[in-house]
Structures are given as C-alpha cells and as structure tokens.
Design a binder for this molecule. Structure first.
Ligand code: FEO
Ligand code: CA
Ligand code: CA
Ligand code: CA
Length: 665
C-alpha cells in the first residue's frame, strides 16, 4: 500500500540546454531570486557585506557562511512553532560545508612556510563554516529573509555541542575541554542534512578528518596500536586542510591547538590534551531551529563516518523511525539507523527530548548488495559476527567503539564498498530509497573489483582529449525494503540511472539512454518533492565540466524492478570484463529533463521546497572556486551573483513559476 498519496505528475517544462555561461539558466516560465549569500547579515546592527576580504572577522558570527549545502524548510506558524503545511513563512536551515579561502581575506589566506600568520583570518574561517538558520518570508510573491528574526542563528566551529548516545561520556571522548567526555565544540564540513518528524534539523559532518593536523611520522608515541589503525582508516593525517592548528600563540581555551590531533598533554600540567578531538567529529548533529538557545546534540548512535546526510524513511505511527545514510568516500558504505522506540505522534513537539528517545537508542545497519538483485542489512553491534575483541583487523572493545569506528565495523561485517555514496532520497509514493553514487576512479575501483552494484569501468574522454578512467560519471542506485517495511533486514535493488555523455557508447556506458536534454555526470544531491513526487537530481561534476556547468534535473521515477537484468561490458581497452547487473527502465526525455544550469565552477546543492511545492530553494555552492583569483585586476572564475568585478559568493536562490504554480510539473 502506498505510504503517502503523492504521485508524480508529468514534467511540465522544456529542457534547459547545457551551458558554460556565468548565469543561472532556467526553463521559460520560471524565475529566480537570490535570497541569502555568503556574508549577508542575519542580525540588526551588522554592516552590509563589503566582499573585499575586509569585513570584521567577529561579524561573521552573524553573517551567512560559505559553501551553502544541505538544507531544509520548516514551516513556521504564528505561534512560533513548527507548522508542517505553512508555505508563506518558514525557518530555512542550511549547511555551510566549507570555504573558498581565497575570497574571504584581502588577498587570500596569509600563509608563510605552511603556517597561518593571521589569527583573525582563521577566526573568520571558524565562523564561515557550520549551519545557518534564517526566517524566510513570502510577501507579494517575493521571498526575503527577516534580518531581525529571533530565530536567526549561526552555529559554527566554536558553538558548544552536547554528545549523546553510546559514545558520549566514554574515555574516547575525553578532551581538555570536556574531561567527562560529555561535550565538544563546533561542527565542521556539514554536507547534506535531514530532518525529524518532530521538526528538528539534522546536519551531517562529512570531511571533518581533513581539518585536523596529524603528521604521522611525528605523532605522539602515546598512541595505542588500535588508535593508529582507527586514525588511518578515517584519514586523520596531514597538515590540516586550512592549517588552523598552525596559529601561534594559541588562546587559553585552545581554539587553534584543538585542531592539532597530536596535542597529547604536552603542557607543564599535562592538561592540554586534544588527542581525542577527532573522535568528537564525524557525527549526525541534531539542532532545534525553533529553540534558538538549545544546545545542538551530536547523536553518536547513528555512527561515525564521512556523514553525507541522514534521510528519514516513511513515518508510520507505531513503527520504528528509520534514517538512511551514506559515507561519501571512495569504497565506503551505505548505512541505516532504526530506532528501538516506535513512533508516537504525541512526541511531535518535544524538540531535542524526542531526539533523546528516538536518536540515542537504536540499531545501526550497513548494506550488502548481492549479485542476484537482492540485498541485506547487516547489524553493526558489539559481540555480533566479527565485531568482537577477536577481530584481527581491529579488535572491538565495546558498543562505543562500534559506533565510533563504524567504518571498521562495516569492514568486519562484509558490507559492499560503493562508488562514493552522496545523497539519498526516499520516494513518498512507495518508500523506495535512492542513493547517488557520485563517481570513482580507476585506482579505487579497478576493473577487477567491479560488482553488480558498481559495474562500470570505461574511458570517458574529455573534449580536450584527457582520459578519465573508471566510473567518472557515477550512477544512482535504488532499493525497495522487503514488505515495504523500512526496518526490514533485506531489500531488492536496481540501478536507477547511469550518468554519461549523450554521445557515449549506448550499450555499456550510456546505459540509461541519456540525450542532450538530460545527460549529466556525477549525481550528488537527490530530493523528492512531497508536493509533486518529482525526484530532483543535482550534480557536482568534475568530469563533464568541459561541456557544461553543474545542473539540476527533474525525474519522474518508476519503481525498483521496472527494468531488467543485463550484462554491462566494461573495458579499460586492454582488459574486458562482463558484469551482470539490474537496470531500471530508461526514462526518456519524457521523464528526465534538465531544469537548471548553474554559473561557472559551482556545484548545485541544497534543494528544499515549501510544502505547497510553489517555491524551490537551491544552493549555488562555490562559484568560481577553481580559477586562481587575480585580485589586482578583479579577474575571478565567476562573478556570480553580484556581477561586475565582484568576488563570487555561494548563495541560496528561490525558484518560482511566473504563474505561481508548482515547480517542475
Ligand atoms: Fe560534501 Fe559528499 O559532498
Ligand atoms: Ca555533496
Ligand atoms: Ca560531490
Ligand atoms: Ca562542493
């Protein structure tokens, strides 16, 4: 039986052509406005953004952050509470995943011999990461955000967070900042997101490992053998991508030094110990947007990995709540979390207390995709299967060790390594789950390591003649839980769509029959409209950018099993391998069309909509990030959105229809 009455209608717009222009291109009959840019003030008394690198560092605590990413719209009722069906006023929660440092400072970051020499610049970067909450309002058909709203809030790398669930208050979490392992500071690299049935926002920590400084050759010998295995598995190694730990002198509360994962109590009193700081990142973080004073909570029961997002499964009274999650790295896994408590709608206004009930007590599973088109969810629990102290690769000690090192537990469980799980989305019509596998390369998925769920290896030549070997255009996999029960431990799956150039080999590369109206590469964001049933697909494309900027497509999907089993012949032009797989029905231009193309060097991300389906919020992330800026002449990779010689800015846009109708149909 259908979970929800929404059925996708026909797509009702003409496809947008591929484009390399520095604009947002939309179908005829649609328009967009820029709602919220990097630097825009979210409190009264904060000056307009100068966008020249001179804005006061402390002011960034009250400005739009950088690299807008995952997003959710919560309807706001006149009583200041969550009103699910409110489409005129809402709290927009959005992630600020990362930064383009070049544009934040007068002439890019000040670095001498690998050391950050301007502490104020680093402070600006601390604030430019994290999450933003803004009150958005539609008046006279135009969307704005209310600068003076009491709900406006920035959460960033300095914000105090509570830890909860199995890993909280354990020795793994002890730092100088929190000797009892109960708290940590900040969230970072918040990529995709999710929501709960009780109106809270879930922000997910993705590439957090890269922010820590840990030079393996000189790491402190106090590290145990187990710690070294875990740090290597999570990639906590290197200088730290923004070199935050190199600032001297440190502050008394170690704002810079805590990014040094080698800081193992070297002060005279041995108290500045931050060896465990990386353990306090990599989680799903719950934020109550309706309570601006609530302390965010890191929910450790959902596991620690490169968390892309957390997508809520179908919500049924009396049944467990389920969130689907991906770990976005090459050869990583797809997970789900199933609450032990059945959903009771009486909890819908309980804020973070509802989170304590449903998000701290549940089971964590990882997916195995079998060659016969079926799949299994394997529980990650201490003492079950190989997740024991006797496991040779990594001896597990307790429940906290399992959630903290979910990747190692998934290795022990024999889960299927995927081609970079990006976003997921759940079809409101039937509860089927879609996961974008954005791409991989020949080194990570050599032709000998193909499997039915990750079956392609080919040479995608750029128009410049450059070879791109492996699965550079990615695919989207989908699965249907057994018995339409999100808590089931088995499923059936197929490949919904393969990214490809329209001109690629139709038999084995352009398997989904893409044309000029809908060809794409590197699917990243996925999102089902609750109002129309349309599946929105966003791209983050390193492979196809010789032909087009990144884009948003709309699809009317079928269902798992509507295609057929077939064989894909993969080749690196020396070796050939035939891989059996299950492929969804070709959608054709009727059911898959390009809706939007973004400006230069951006990624399209962060889709959200009003409940009535008449406003679509989209994030334009990091326009112009690839071209080295020339500040003397004002030559940048993009000048979007402000034009002229301006520095580019990440921004949220709102797409509406000229006639006020639902988007996409
Ligand atoms: Fe931040 Fe996986 O994209
Ligand atoms: Ca992404
Ligand atoms: Ca991506
Ligand atoms: Ca990006």
């Amino acid at each position: 039986t259908p979970v929800s009455p929404q059925h996708a209608a026909k797509l009702g717009f003409s496809p947008v052509a591929k484009s390399l222009a520095d604009v947002v291109a939309l179908p005829e009959g649609y328009r967009y406005s820029v709602l919220y840019r990097l630097g825009d003030p979210i409190a009264t008394g904060i000056a307009e953004y100068m966008n020249n690198g001179q804005d006061a560092p402390a002011s960034y605590a009250f400005r739009g952050g950088d690299h807008h990413d995952g997003m959710h719209y919560f309807g706001l009722g006149p009583n200041g509470k969550h009103h699910k069906n409110e489409s005129e006023r809402g709290l927009l929660c959005l992630n600020h995943e990362a930064i383009t440092p070049a544009y934040l400072h007068p002439n890019g970051p000040s670095i001498v011999n690998g050391v950050r020499t301007a502490a104020d610049e680093v402070l600006r970067e601390f604030y430019a990461h994290g999450v933003g909450i803004i009150e958005t309002v539609r008046a006279g058909g135009e969307w704005t955000y209310d600068r003076s709203s009491r709900f406006n809030r920035r959460i960033h790398t300095l914000t105090e967070m509570d830890l909860s669930g199995p890993a909280a208050r354990t020795p793994y979490m002890v730092t100088k900042y929190s000797p009892d392992g109960r708290r940590t500071r900040g969230t970072v690299n918040n990529c995709a997101s999710g929501a709960t049935p009780w109106g809270t926002y879930l922000t997910c920590e993705e590439n957090w490992a890269g922010y820590f400084r840990r030079i393996t050759a000189i790491d402190n010998p106090k590290r145990s053998a187990k710690e070294l295995i875990a740090l290597a598995r999570y990639g906590v190694a290197g200088n730290g991508r923004e070199l935050w730990a190199t600032v001297t002198p440190d502050t008394p509360d170690n704002l810079y030094g805590r990014w040094n994962a080698m800081k193992l109590g070297s002060s005279p009193d041995g108290s500045d110990d931050y060896r465990n700081a990386p353990n306090t990142y990599g989680w799903v973080v719950e934020i109550d947007p309706f309570d601006p004073h609530a302390t965010p909570k890191k929910r450790t029961a959902l596991g620690r990995f490169a968390h892309e997002g957390a997508w809520l499964g179908p919500v049924r009274t009396g049944a467990p709540l389920v969130w689907y999650m991906g770990c976005d790295s090459r050869n990583e896994y797809i997970y789900k979390y199933v609450s032990n408590q059945p959903w009771n709608p009486a909890d819908a206004n309980d804020g973070l207390a509802a989170g304590d009930k449903y998000l701290d007590d549940g089971k964590l599973y990882v997916a195995r995709f079998d060659a016969d088109g079926s799949g299994q969810w394997i529980e990650l629990r201490f003492g079950v299967g190989n997740i024991t102290p006797a496991n040779a690769a990594y001896p597990f000690a307790d429940d906290a060790d399992v959630v903290l090192h979910a990747r190692l537990a998934a290795d022990a469980a024999g889960a299927t390594k995927m081609d970079r799980p990006e976003w997921g989305a759940v079809n409101p019509k039937n509860g089927e789950v879609y996961m974008a596998l954005t791409n991989t390369n020949a080194a990570s998925r050599p032709i000998g390591k193909l499997d039915a769920a990750n079956p392609r290896f080919y040479n995608d030549r750029k128009t410049t003649g450059q070879n791109q070997l492996g699965n550079p255009n990615g695919h989207i996999i989908r699965f249907a839980e057994a018995g339409e029960d999100a808590g089931a431990t088995s499923f059936k799956w197929d490949v919904f769509l393969f990214g490809a150039r329209a001109t690629a080999d139709a038999a084995n590369v352009n398997i989904s029959g893409l044309t000029d109206a809908n060809d794409f590469s590197s699917p990243d964001g996925l999102w089902f409209s609750q109002a129309t049933g349309v599946l929105w697909i966003e791209t983050d494309d390193g492979a196809y950018t010789d032909v087009t900027n990144c884009m948003l497509l709309a699809a009317v999907p079928g269902a798992v099993g509507d295609g057929a089993a077939r064989t894909v012949v993969s080749t690196d032009e020396v070796t050939t391998r035939a891989v059996g797989t299950y492929v969804g029905k070709q959608l054709g231009e009727e059911n898959l069309r390009r809706f939007l193309v973004g400006p230069k060097e951006c990624e399209i991300t962060g889709v959200a909509e009003t409940p009535d389906g008449t406003a679509l919020f989209i994030n334009i992330q990091h326009p112009g990030e690839d071209t080295r800026p020339d500040f003397a002449t004002g030559t940048f990779g993009s000048h979007w959105p402000d034009g002229g010689l301006s520095r580019p800015r990440s921004a949220t846009i709102v797409v509406t229809r000229d006639d006020g109708g639902k988007i996409g149909i």
